[in-house]
Write a protein that binds this ligand. Structure first.
Ligand SMILES: Nc1ncnc2c1ncn2[C@@H]1O[C@H](COP(=O)(O)OP(=O)(O)OP(=O)(O)O)[C@@H](O)[C@H]1O
Ligand SMILES: [Mg+2]
Length: 256
């Protein structure tokens, strides 16, 4: 078994060698904890199934997850790896309890992290199928979610907050939020200019792990917060945004 594990480590390490060659070795070293044993096993599984060939470099080192760019042939993918340690579970458990899609879950640390990744994948799939602009989901394993990479070969897509605002973005985001609620039956719950990226001149909604079904008792207030954030952002940029642009078109009948 130990030999198997040595083999797996060696195999996976080979595939993240570009990152190790990076000048910014310290980033990798400091955040090395994301590559724990179980994560290595999950990566091994994904690599063996040829979902991607190599992990290139971190796009973003976050508190809860690290996002890496991976490569499959000539295509890029985004690989989000949730940390299995040092996270505040109380802040996420409220987004799991009461979600009828995940009634039975293990209350262990790992069980919650795995469910969180699964939930992000499920939310991405539901949004994608409803035609919401989100990264196309590819697969999930344990604490890892693989999705479409948004950006160019040089740079990941910039956040909305860092991009010159266009009036059409407001309408596109409005339509995507309405689609998310009316068609996918979900509210994002953490929507702002920090969780929208601009890819090919269109705003894409990301980071959907905490999104909740509209049937959840908190859904209405989560939606109101999202709407406030978006309207505030566009108003600040001089665009004629109004909360009623949303509220007039929301199918309130689906909420409890
Ligand atoms: N599919 C993607 N393609 C390219 N870049 C991405 C993709 N998904 C996420 N990113 C980048 O990684 C960052 C973090 O992703 P995300 O918001 O999903 O994770 P997070 O855990 O919420 O991190 P944070 O706490 O920084 O918001 C994003 O701000 C974005 O810059
Ligand atoms: Mg985020």
């Amino acid at each position: 078994m130990k030999e198997d594990l040595d083999y797996i480590y060696e195999f996976v390490n080979e595939k993240i060698k570009i990152e190790r060659r990076e000048k910014d070795y310290n980033i990798f070293k400091a955040e090395n904890d994301v590559f724990d044993r179980k994560t290595m096993l999950a990566l091994y599984d994904l690599l063996s199934h040829e979902y991607f060939d190599i992990i290139e470099f971190p796009i973003k080192i976050g508190k809860e997850a690290n996002i890496f760019r991976a490569k499959k042939g000539r295509r890029f993918l985004a690989v989000k790896i949730y940390r299995t340690s040092t996270r505040d579970f109380n802040s996420i458990i409220k987004y799991i309890e009461g979600d009828y899609r995940f009634e039975h879950f293990k209350r262990s640390t790992l069980g919650i992290v795995y469910l969180w990744a699964q939930k992000e994948f499920r939310n991405l799939s539901d949004c994608y199928q409803a035609g919401v602009l989100v990264p196309k989901p590819v697969v999930f394993r344990n604490n890892i979610v693989v999705m479409e990479y948004l950006g160019t070969s040089k740079y990941p897509a910039p956040l909305l907050k860092d991009y010159p605002v266009q009036e059409k973005f407001y309408e596109l985001i409005l339509n995507n939020m309405l689609r998310m609620v009316n068609e996918a039956g979900l509210v994002h719950g953490d929507l702002s200019e920090y969780n929208i990226v601009v890819h090919k001149e269109k705003p894409y909604i990301i980071d959907v792990s905490q999104a909740m079904p509209v049937k959840h008792p908190n859904a209405r207030s989560l939606l109101e917060r999202d709407v406030k954030n978006i309207v505030r952002f566009f108003k600040k940029k001089g665009i004629d945004a109004d909360e009623n642009d949303f509220y007039d078109k929301i199918n309130w009948g689906v909420f409890v």
